[in-house]
Design a protein around this ligand. Structure first.
Ligand SMILES: Nc1ncnc2c1ncn2[C@@H]1O[C@H](COP(=O)(O)OP(=O)(O)O)[C@@H](O)[C@H]1O
Ligand SMILES: [Mg+2]
Length: 471
């Protein structure tokens, strides 16, 4: 594939291959292993499907089906045989699980389960059917400024969360950003934490890590901070708009030289009639001085992003109920269904809404943030919503709690049949209330209320499920 680079600085390079050089000279200084490995096994809980949806440096990504729910997940299967004597890679896998298990942000695709047997590691995660940005760019061509801004806003929201939790991704690139579009709403999730690490404030990371085209100059020099992710995000943005990398070259050395020079070819952007705000934004993301480079939260609030991503006026009416056991059952069923039955793409609208409400990027919604979005007049209703939806009683709403409170009941209704299918183990068309409660308490890891003994034996059907979730 031809290179559209400028003859002057010979830097840009067509986005044409997924197999750019990956470099890592990391030191593995952290010591603890995953301590909580249990005796559960992947093969008794999931069926590995034939379809491979991706392959990479340390494993293959396959689809799998969970026996208990029939839900399809993606799983990264890392063969131990492929890394027999490489202790460092084993540590890298365990390290990423340890870091990512603590993460709770809708823009970061964490692992829903982790298994290890004598042959493989299995990192189970939600399946995002829309694929990655690389494929999107290849299949649909260049992004408009508006479409690119919508993607980047979500990327910066996830990065702001990671960086404020002292986590650095270190391999941000088109292939590691998944995207799902549904009814005009977009959902973006960062993946691939093979090289993700933690970094204490004031410290620097050493060595080289990342994929050549996306590497920040200071990474090439071997001493860097979380700002390396912002540079990579700048490269992603440039690529989305032009289908070229900002810094190319005929060899890895030449690419590195161009990156170090920081001389980006803006003429290609001018050919694309890029706006002045965009040019200014790109310059402040691809600034070779990491101190002067924007932070993730500054990038999220940059005028170019704000111009293209108007925050929608609340379209949702707040409904409240008095807190009763029936509501707890309804809440439990919704929480479970949202996590296990409703496909991720149905949640695109709410995903965007969550990202806009979470002003301080801490991955949870506070009462103040909800009031800022819905308005002071809704304050009382918001109190009630938090009281009902705050399942773990920590005073704020995590993503799934937020969804359970705001999701359109029509979406839940659409999946009520599937819910019953999963719940109705003996295929009688009904489930007893006591079994339903036991199941939900097991799934949600906690008890959620007392119930009148005489009702426990009652059996519920499809109509009752609809009643419960819309009640
Ligand atoms: N949860 C997922 N849903 C859909 N596609 C995925 C998922 N996880 C990974 N992929 C696809 O597989 C590719 C490789 O996965 P990744 O975790 O980045 O592995 P590697 O470390 O080998 O790059 C991704 O670029 C993406 O196309
Ligand atoms: Mg990857």
């Amino acid at each position: 594939m031809g290179c559209l680079c400028s003859s002057k600085i010979n830097s840009t390079h067509k986005v044409a291959t997924r197999s750019a050089t990956f470099c890592s000279t990391r030191d593995y200084t952290e010591t603890s292993f995953i301590s909580s490995l249990t005796t559960r096994s992947f093969n008794t809980e999931y069926k590995l499907l034939k379809t491979a949806i991706g392959s990479g440096l340390v494993g293959e990504i396959r689809l799998c089906r969970q026996f208990s729910t029939s839900k399809v997940f993606a799983v990264k299967v890392v063969s131990k045989a492929a890394l027999p004597l490489d202790f460092a890679k084993k540590r890298a896998i365990e390290n990423q699980v340890k870091i990512i298990q603590k993460v709770g942000h809708p823009g970061i695709l964490g692992f829903s389960d982790f298994f290890e047997d004598s042959c493989n590691y299995y990192l189970v995660m939600d399946y995002i059917s829309g694929g990655d940005l690389y494929c999107k760019l290849e299949n649909q061509g260049k992004f408009s400024e508006k479409a690119a801004a919508k993607v980047m806003k979500q990327v910066f929201s996830a990065l702001a969360y990671m960086h404020s939790n002292n986590i650095v991704h270190r391999d941000l690139k088109l292939e590691n950003v998944l995207i799902e579009e549904h009814e005009g709403h977009m959902l973006v999730k960062l993946i691939d934490f093979d090289t993700t690490t933690t970094l204490k404030k004031g410290e620097k990371l050493k060595g080289t890590s990342g994929t050549i085209y996306y590497m920040a100059p200071e990474v090439i020099n071997g001493s860097y901070t979380e700002k390396c992710d912002i540079w990579s995000a700048g490269v992603i943005l440039f690529s989305l708009l032009t289908q070229n990398f900002p810094f190319g070259g005929d060899s890895d050395k030449a690419i590195m030289r161009n990156i170090a020079s920081g001389k980006m070819d803006y003429s290609i952007l001018q050919q694309h009639k890029a706006s002045s705000e965009l040019l200014q934004f790109l310059k402040s993301l691809l600034n070779i001085n990491p101190e002067k480079r924007l932070s993730a939260s500054e990038a999220f609030n940059h005028p170019w992003i704000l111009k293209h991503c108007k925050i929608p006026k609340p379209l949702i009416l707040i409904k409240t109920h008095d807190k009763t056991f029936k509501n707890s059952l309804s809440q439990a069923l919704k929480l479970w269904a949202i996590k296990n039955v409703v496909p991720t793409k149905e949640l695109s609208f709410y995903h965007t809404m969550f990202v806009n409400i979470d002003k301080n990027f801490d991955g949870v919604l506070s009462k103040e943030e909800l009031i800022e979005y819905f308005g002071q007049s809704e304050s009382e209703k918001i109190d009630k919503i938090i009281e009902l939806a705050d399942w773990n009683n920590n005073g704020v709403l995590e993503y799934h709690e937020f969804l359970s409170a705001f999701i359109d009941e029509r979406i839940l209704k659409k999946y009520a049949g599937m819910m019953l299918e999963v719940l109705d183990k003996d295929k009688s068309g009904k489930v007893s209330i006591s079994d339903l409660i036991l199941f939900l308490e097991y799934q949600l890891e906690g008890c959620f209320g007392d119930f009148d003994n005489k009702d426990l034996g009652k059996e519920i059907s499809y109509e009752d499920i609809v009643d419960i979730i819309t009640g």
